[in-house]
Write a protein that binds this ligand. Structure first.
Ligand SMILES: Nc1ncnc2c1ncn2[C@@H]1O[C@H](COP(=O)(O)OP(=O)(O)OP(=O)(O)O)[C@@H](O)[C@H]1O
Length: 728
């Protein structure tokens, strides 16, 4: 067969791609050699600066990793410039052994034109070419001619391979989009690093994809500032974080921390949504006041009498006096309640001394000084044990669990909660934690402050009156004495190993303190409650932020309060707002159904523009009853598509049995569907999803905008069928 023009072009590109791979191999071997050499020197302890050697090992390790992941789709773009120059764009930068550029990293400034050039603003680019590869083989090309006539020598080929690539089937985890980032997306990705970026846009406009690529960009351009543990990416739930977790590693960046609203706080995990009425209460800022009062209340089991005997005189402090002292300690202990016990001890000892004087103690025991009295009482085991029970080290979870007692919660509530709210909250805290509880635990943790640290190093137990038999009675931890000290082993370690050790140590030490980040990405930010913003704010006091939101998909009702809390969390940094306008997920047919829901949910909102017709009309079926039909429709969708199928239910409705269906069929509720994507979606009972809360229609908008290829809706309500089919 005669090769077509395109075949010839592909063959020419193949030789360039082969050259890049050959060079990549050499670079990989070089990085491995450098790594081995670094370790060898480390072991031999040879001369040379330790710092240089460590830095070399560290760099070589990073480099080696980045080169390994670049294997897949190493080169994906080519620019032909008006001046005759040609540039190739890829996942990493590749140079010849003479340091000439073979491929430039997609994040490098010179690659910007690949994503930004348009016929209106060509930036000197005559032809932009996208190379589609399978493994190391070039399989397709797609060209854009940006300056017609400027380079008659250039051939233009292509047939909409980009749109075709959007229709590919989905595998259950998100993929990177380096090869096809669009101009409006690139502007977000490369926005200045010093400010806060706020990205809005409808479902499927690539907000999540863009935010993740921005992280890769920031790490590439500003590694010192954002590297190591510097970036937090926060998503709505663990299912979502699992969905996006492969994107950054596929870009050679593994350093960011990926968390969800359910697992951001160490030691607590949530996987449940609160009913709307409860959610409104738990998310509101006034919960801060409730928690403060809860912390100030005497902890459960706290003793209400302190008695001591000094030289035959019995001295007693009763409930009222003790409560007064507790209030006084709290007055100055905000944020450090757990370490306020020395102050509590001082005030108790002072009150005991006063009481001792009142009952005539010094007369009965002449010559007694306050110092002698205090020294005696504070060393008594009885006093120490009282203090431990009366001012215990408290954990956030204990504070919240204690509020499952309605009486205690009512005291803490003051006028902030009504009786019904007290009952609902108390009941909910008998069960597992919800997403909103995690923010409350974090708030309680901020009020309590970290627990006291055990004395470190060589401090003697005799120096600390709260250490009994080598155990700190407050922390329960063993206190080292000189005899316990292990002989110090001074091993030769590399910088990388020492860093890892230090990070492990930090993790252990800071378990009770939120980690602070240099950059925080908040996905699905429209759903955050004020309390959740406060939780994030504590982790980003000096951070820059990327905020990704679609107000039309919001499940949080009080947007003004959330906005205020967000403003406080983000601080005063300059903000750059962006809007993404093209929907890359939904077919035009599915986007039409979503637009009908949007028109109901948020009449003033404009839907994003879908670009790809699939030829498959969504199926909107009215059925007399759902039992039986759900499985059949799910099976039909599983047959129709190769990839994932999402069966999306109203919140709280039990999952129907779906025997015999493949694993790629997943069942989830409409709130859990946030941010996810499926080849096909089956929406069960839209009316019930819409009625779930005041924001129910917006949740339905989320549900109907999840699918890339096929959408089926099952409803027992004829008017919902009419509305969604556009005939109502
Ligand atoms: N430039 C692009 N090239 C190829 N695919 C893209 C591009 N932009 C987005 N996509 C794809 O479109 C889909 C939707 O992207 P993404 O999930 O980031 O959208 P979103 O705006 O976060 O949506 P939602 O608001 O529903 O969470 C993903 O499969 C993503 O890979």
């Amino acid at each position: 067969m005669v090769p077509t023009v395109k075949d010839e072009q592909i063959a020419a590109e193949q030789s360039r791609v082969d050259e890049a791979y050959a060079r990549l191999e050499e670079m990989r071997a070089g990085a491995r050699r450098m790594l081995e050499e670094g370790y060898r020197q480390a072991q031999a302890g040879t001369r040379g600066s330790l710092v240089d050697r460590d830095a070399m090992v560290h760099q070589a390790a990073l480099r080696s990793h980045a080169l390994d992941v670049a294997e897949e789709g190493l080169v994906f773009g080519r620019l032909d410039l008006a001046g005759g120059e040609t540039l190739y764009v890829g996942r990493v930068g590749v140079r010849t052994s003479e340091h000439d550029s073979l491929v430039i990293d997609w994040r490098a400034p010179a690659a910007e034109a690949f994503y930004r050039a348009t016929p209106e603003d060509p930036r000197g680019v005559v032809r932009r070419r996208v190379l589609h590869c399978r493994g190391r083989k070039v399989v397709d090309l797609e060209d854009d001619l940006l300056i017609p006539g400027a380079r008659p020598d250039l051939t233009i080929v292509g047939d909409g391979a980009f749109l075709a690539s959007l229709a590919r089937s989905r595998e259950g985890t998100m993929r990177d989009i380096v090869a096809t980032i669009q101009r409006e997306q690139d502007e977000v990705i490369r926005a200045p690093a010093d400010g806060t970026v706020i990205v809005q846009g409808g479902p499927g406009t690539g907000k999540t994809a863009v935010a993740l690529h921005r992280v890769a960009y920031l790490l590439f351009r500003h590694r010192r500032r954002f590297g190591s543990r510097g970036v937090l990416i926060l998503g709505p739930n663990p299912r979502f974080t699992a969905y996006i977790e492969r994107v950054l590693p596929s870009l050679g960046e593994g350093g960011a921390t990926l968390r969800s609203l359910g697992d951001l706080v160490t030691g607590a995990e949530a996987a449940a949504h609160d009913a709307p009425e409860l959610a409104r209460v738990k998310g509101a800022t006034m919960m801060t006041r409730v928690l403060r009062r809860a912390v100030q209340d005497a902890p459960p089991g706290s003793p209400d009498t302190l008695r001591t005997v000094y030289r035959g005189v019995v001295v007693t402090l009763r409930r009222e006096a003790l409560d007064g002292i507790r209030r006084e300690v709290h007055r100055t202990a905000h944020g450090s309640v757990n370490t306020a016990y020395p102050r509590a001890a001082d005030l108790l000892l002072g009150a005991l001394w006063e009481r001792f004087c009142e009952v005539g103690g010094p007369d009965d025991a002449p010559g007694t000084t306050r110092a002698a009295f205090t020294a005696h009482v504070r060393d008594e085991r009885r006093f120490v044990e009282f203090l431990r029970a009366w001012w215990p080290v408290r954990r956030p979870a204990e504070v919240l669990r204690a509020l499952a007692d309605p009486g205690r919660l009512r005291r803490a509530a003051g006028r902030s909660l009504n009786d019904r709210q007290v009952r609902l909250l108390a009941e909910s805290w008998q069960g597992p934690w919800s997403y909103l509880d995690i923010a409350l635990l974090d708030e309680a943790g901020a009020i309590l402050g970290p627990p006291p640290r055990p004395p470190r190093g060589r401090r003697r137990k005799a120096e600390d009156p709260f250490v009994i038999d080598g155990v700190n009675v407050f922390t329960g931890e063993r206190v080292e004495t000189e005899d316990d000290d292990e002989p110090t082993l001074r091993e030769l370690t590399t910088y990388v190993e020492r860093r890892e050790q230090a990070m492990r140590r930090d993790d252990e030490e800071d378990e009770d303190l939120p980690v602070e980040y240099a950059h925080i990405v908040v996905d699905e930010a429209q759903d955050l409650s004020p309390m959740q913003w406060r939780m994030l704010g504590r982790r980003g006091r000096t951070a820059t932020w990327t905020i990704v939101a679609d107000p039309a998909q919001s499940a949080w009702e009080d947007s003004a309060a959330a906005r205020k809390a967000m403003d406080t969390a983000l601080g005063r940094r300059p903000r750059h707002a962006f809007e993404l306008t093209t929907n890359y997920r939904n077919s035009v047919e599915i986007a039409d159904v979503a637009a009908r829901v949007l028109a109901r949910a948020v009449p003033e909102a404009r839907p994003a523009r879908a670009v790809r017709a699939s030829g498959h009309r969504p199926v909107i079926r009215h059925v007399p009853e759902l039992d039986g039909t759900v499985r059949a429709e799910a099976a039909a969708l599983a047959d129709a598509v190769e990839g994932t199928v999402g069966v999306i239910l109203p919140v709280g409705r039990p999952a129907p049995p779906l025997p015999g269906l493949p694993e790629r069929v997943q069942v989830l509720d409409a709130l859990e569907a946030k941010g996810l994507e499926f080849d096909a979606a089956l929406i069960v009972e839209p009316g019930e999803i819409a009625d779930y809360a005041r924001t129910g229609l917006r949740t339905l908008y989320v549900a109907v905008s999840r699918a890339t290829q096929r959408l089926t809706v099952l409803t027992t309500a004829p008017d919902w069928q009419a509305l969604l089919s556009g005939t109502g």
